[in-house]
Design a protein around this ligand. Structure first.
Ligand SMILES: Nc1nc2c(c(=O)[nH]1)N[C@H]1C(S)=C(S)[C@@H](COP(=O)(O)O)O[C@H]1N2
Ligand SMILES: [Mo]
Length: 402
């Protein structure tokens, strides 16, 4: 077995490109039976498996695909074939961290607000917790999520915390403050132009984006104190943005008058694609920011003769018009969106597949938002050489047994 046949999520930021991996996945056939999930989460639409219900195997998932339980320091991705509830559990919600998982002590934790502000501020955890609390369902995926992990770098949770906007208003951003930088407690050694330097994980937002009332400094996830791996005790949440914006182990917010250029703004999480700039075709880089309009089918189950297709939608919070499924290249048919969905949650959808015949089939979904934007086929998107922002239509192959 070639090493590339088995996805290595730890290495997904090291510059692997989609095309090679995709080629390998295409040829793979899963002949084994899929073990039936034992999890039973309360859910609007789907107990993990209802009585008599079985998973239908995907032919596009190779036998070597082997999702692991959470391990300290490691990337974790969900087995999306088992997504069966609106909220991901804190353990199954994916994990990505580039400089390990620092231990931050709640008792000595401090968040500082510095730079171009009238009132520099510091908060203890207790002081943050005593502010007005906001609560929101927010789902997101890593900007590097994609087909090779069957879109497993994903999760949806209910979060509680305080308003970032209120804190910035209290600090009083001075005229000229343009950029808000968020630093984590995790520090890595980076070699930049031949020099080794210690750098904290950091991301920035324009002042306008930072002032959005949806942004939260979160200290609770699904009713529990924010778990260590997800950024204990406080993380930033920017609803509608890719995961990289949601700085974990947050310790400093700094307002400055220039662009912030760090590895995770300017070198990694940078998409390079070919597109029209005015009337010129150019190669263009962009820093991964708002989530693109995306849907994917992740699960197919069978109960007697009835087949159910399940998938998810993620985007920047623009309301969704519809999500549709096409079987074997046939007409687009409407799927049903989970009514628990809210603006920034993921949106699970289900489709009742009538009259599925024994044999091999292809299934694909596409989502449309209220502005008429339609999820494109991957081959219709601009040519792209980086694997960031994988949001084209995702065709699945299944085998229906007689
Ligand atoms: N401090 C810090 N925050 C971070 C990261 C990191 O490495 N360090 N990784 C980012 C990336 S790339 C992603 S996708 C999300 C993942 O959040 P999760 O592990 O809670 O799912 O955290 C973001 N916040
Ligand atoms: Mo990420």
């Amino acid at each position: 077995m070639s090493q590339e046949n088995s996805p290595q999520p730890e290495q997904f930021t090291s510059g692997s490109h989609d095309p090679a991996r995709r080629k390998l996945l295409k040829g793979a056939v899963n002949t084994g039976l899929i073990a039936l999930g034992a999890s039973t989460f309360p859910s609007w639409m789907m107990p993990a498996l209802a009585q008599g219900e079985v998973e239908v195997p995907f032919l596009d998932v190779p036998d070597t695909f082997n999702p692991q339980p959470v391990r300290p320091g490691a990337t974790h991705f969900q087995d999306t074939r088992r997504i069966s509830s609106f909220y991901s559990t804190n353990d199954d919600f994916y994990l990505v961290q580039h400089y390990g998982q620092p231990e931050v002590d709640n008792a000595t934790y401090e968040l500082s607000v510095t730079g171009l502000v009238d009132n520099p501020l510091t908060f203890s955890l207790e002081q943050l917790r005593s502010r007005a609390v906001i609560e929101k369902d927010v789902g997101f995926e890593c900007g590097g999520n994609g087909a090779r992990l069957f879109h497993g770098l994903i999760g949806n949770a209910t979060w509680r915390g305080v308003s970032l906007r209120d804190i910035l208003l209290e600090a009083g951003v001075q005229p000229g403050g343009r950029e808000v930088v968020f630093f984590g407690a995790d520090i890595g050694e980076e070699e930049i132009r031949g020099r080794k330097v210690s750098k904290a994980f950091a991301r920035s937002l324009s002042l306008e984006d930072a002032m959005n009332e949806n942004n939260m400094l979160a200290f609770e996830m699904n009713g529990e104190p924010l778990p260590h791996f997800h950024g204990k005790p406080v993380r930033l949440l920017v609803p509608g943005f890719y995961g990289v914006a949601n700085v974990k182990w947050l310790t400093q917010i700094h307002i400055q008058d220039t662009r912030y250029m760090g590895r995770f703004m300017g070198r990694d999480y940078v998409t390079l694609k070919r597109e029209m700039v005015g009337d010129q075709e150019r190669w263009v880089e962009n820093s991964v920011a708002r989530m693109n309009l995306k849907s994917a089918i992740v699960r197919v189950t069978r109960n007697g003769d009835a087949h159910k297709v399940t998938g998810f939608i993620l985007n920047d919070g623009t309301p969704i018009q519809s999500v549709e499924v096409s079987i074997d290249g046939g007409p687009w048919q409407q799927a049903a969106i989970d009514p628990q969905s809210s603006q920034f949650s993921w949106k699970l959808f289900t489709f009742d597949w009538q009259g599925a015949q024994p044999g091999e089939h292809t299934l694909v979904s596409r989502v449309t938002d209220v502005n008429g934007r339609v999820q494109a086929r991957a081959e219709d998107l601009p040519e792209k050489v980086s694997f960031w922002e994988d949001f084209g239509q995702f065709t699945r192959r299944v085998m229906i047994s007689a």
